[in-house]
Design a protein around this ligand. Structure first.
Ligand code: GLA
Length: 378
């Protein structure tokens, strides 16, 4: 299925793990609409691992656990669709899912048909318990072909964690997004690690198939399945800014029914969402700080947008305030052009005209600045 911009939505894994149910999913669908997420573009509601029984039925089909989902999956799909949302589910390319439930190896076509019969719109497809005799790219080709021929448009979300150089072959399988790194945990160390691992993979990102940096941990504050200490709201803002800026799918992982207003505002920053959803989906480039000096924990990125604006991000990954800056020549705006930049800060709303060739600003520990910049006459 063709996907123009990074998918957005909510996924059950980060907070709820195996503790999922029809009631949880239905109330989450309500919250996605009532709390304004759908209106901002978050339209997929994805049930992750642990939704099924441990056995297939007599015809070899996957079956939902009736204790967790007493009315079955079509009922859940109908409810989600009535809300204007799309419905995502989960399986795995091996013999079992990562949590040990039946998975789709050698059942790809029958499972794709089952998902289609439940009106599923999105399939997250994991990489655990896969047979070592079949290469990963063939496993994803199998499900890619099965979905493309199941009679329904179903987005394939590959989840092979960047293993076996996934970026080199995933686009040929029909996947629309691919997990480029390992699992996220709700800690600053995890956010930082995934961010740096992503830098080398940015050339693989682009329209049609997006590098998935894993579900967001914004708003978890240490609670839930991948809660590992938690982060501050400032750290969540920087985490969100990086994921949005790098063009990752934006899949929320916290309990949006109970989260704070502050974290909700982070997830609903329209200007960042617009950068993430820019239709050109260009990969960001790294800039050196002050034209050459590049300390490890300061990350400066820029990304040309489809209307001629530039997105510029300064991310302070250090645990102390730092002076940060950039030279605009590095973005292709030499002094000789007579042009400069008008910076619009997407978090504070402040506008600043760059007066010299260099822009500098102090950025607080774990903080960030994201600008949407216009090229203007000096
Ligand atoms: C893997 C995936 C996670 C999640 C779990 C479920 O670890 O990477 O995102 O889907 O499996 O078991």
């Amino acid at each position: 299925m063709f996907q123009q911009t990074p998918p957005m939505g909510w996924n059950s894994w980060n907070t709820f793990g195996a503790d999922i149910s029809e009631e949880l999913v239905l109330t989450m669908a309500d919250a996605m609409v009532e709390k304004g997420y759908l209106a901002k573009g978050y339209n997929y509601l994805v049930i992750d691992d642990c939704w099924s029984l441990h056995e297939r039925d007599k015809d070899g089909r996957l079956q939902a656990d009736p204790e967790k989902f007493p009315h079955g999956m079509k009922y859940v799909a109908d409810y989600i669709h009535k809300k204007g949302l799309k419905f995502g589910m989960y399986s795995c390319s091996g013999t079992e899912t990562c949590a040990g439930y039946p998975a789709s190896f050698d059942h790809e076509y029958i499972d794709a048909e089952t998902f289609a019969s439940w009106d599923v719109d999105f399939l997250k497809y994991d990489y655990c318990y896969r047979p070592m005799t079949v290469p990963g790219r063939i496993l994803y080709h199998r499900m890619g072909n099965a979905l493309a021929n199941c009679g329904r448009e179903i987005l394939l979300s590959a989840c092979s964690w960047g293993a076996d150089e996934t970026g080199k072959w995933i686009k040929e399988t029909g996947a629309s997004m691919w997990r480029s790194t390992g699992d996220i945990f709700d800690s600053w160390e995890s956010i930082k690690k995934l961010t740096y691992q992503q830098l080398e993979l940015l050339p693989y990102a682009g329209v049609g198939c997006f590098n998935d940096m894993d579900m967001l941990v914004v708003g978890m504050h240490g609670k839930g399945n991948v809660g590992l200490g938690g982060c501050t709201s400032q750290q969540y803002r920087t985490h969100y800014s990086i994921w949005a800026f790098m063009g990752s799918p934006l899949m929320i992982g916290c309990d949006i029914r109970t989260m704070s207003d502050e974290d909700r505002e982070t997830l609903q920053n329209e200007e960042l969402i617009a950068i993430n959803q820019d239709i050109a989906c260009r990969q960001p480039a790294t800039l050196s700080s002050y034209g050459g000096w590049k300390p490890d924990d300061l990350l400066i990125l820029f990304r040309p947008l489809s209307d001629g604006d530039l997105a510029i991000g300064m991310f302070n990954m250090a645990d102390e305030e730092r002076g940060m800056g950039f030279v605009i020549d590095e973005m292709g705006i030499p002094v000789s052009s007579g042009k400069t930049l008008l910076l619009h800060d997407v978090w504070s709303g402040k506008d600043t005209l760059v007066k010299n060739e260099t822009y500098t600003e102090k950025v607080e520990a774990f903080g960030c600045r994201v600008f949407r910049a216009k090229i203007v006459n000096k």
